[in-house]
Write a protein that binds this ligand. Sequence first.
Ligand code: ZN
Length: 311
Amino acid sequence: MAVKCGGDKLPAILISGGAHSTEHAGALATVEVIERLQTKHVVWVVPARDPIGLSGYRHALSLGLGKSPELESVDGLDDFLRRHGEVLIDADGTLLVMIGEYGYANRGLLHKIEKGAAVLDPLRGRRIWYASQRNDTPGSAPLERAYTLIVTPDGEILHLNRFHDTRWAPAEVRCLRNLMSEVRPGLTFDLHEHDHGPFFWMSARKQRTEDDEIWERRMVTEAVRAVAAGGSELAPDSYSPGSFFERLERGVFWLDAGKRGEGLNLVDFAAKQYGPGFTIETGMQCPFEERVRQHLLVVQTAVSVFEQRYA
Ligand SMILES: [Zn+2]
């Protein structure tokens, strides 16, 4: 589902959330944007990049079972999966079973199973769901959301914020790619959350042209300063989200997809093909309402700078 809003000026702005369904403040913020964002530009909002995951683990289970599961809490999950599925992995606390044509796990498997491992052969080109792991985050309780993993045709476990530049891609990503080729966004946002603390950070991308890069820097700098001025905590100086990030200023990192591998995510792809874009990462240990507010503030601040560019 995509919602067209904003004004009628081009280039268009694309705002996406919920690529990881457990990051619910970002998904909610994209819905708020529909009524609250002030801009003359056309805006396309995609609030739920993972509709199945957003519908929860019981819904995901129903797709494999062919009926609603009799499962009221995450406590009985391991027994339930063993009873209803064909067990592929059951070792060291990790359980992965196949029910129908889908995989179901009791925990996250990203970077945990080697690419091409024979145990994943029956799931190549298919999905694995696991239940949300947090008890203390509104909108992301266990069973309330399911995190979607994708097993690539060559047996690598990835997730729905990949596959933007690959020949093979799951349907959810293909829909977004089609929308992008139609609307050609001049500015793209992807709203996420991280699990490393209560603090805020966001990532920018190196751009194809000098002009795009000047505006990329201007937008990200003003946006992160607005978040700090609003009293929110930025990522501490000692924090690094990963080896493929390079710090630009406090709370802002360049993301180098070439160093990361795994293909391009939404904003990597936007930078390669269309222009400026940002991934926003609010801290899941920060109150829910504040995280929604941070997302809205970044989007509105960057959009105001974007308007100056096309004034
Ligand atoms: Zn995310």
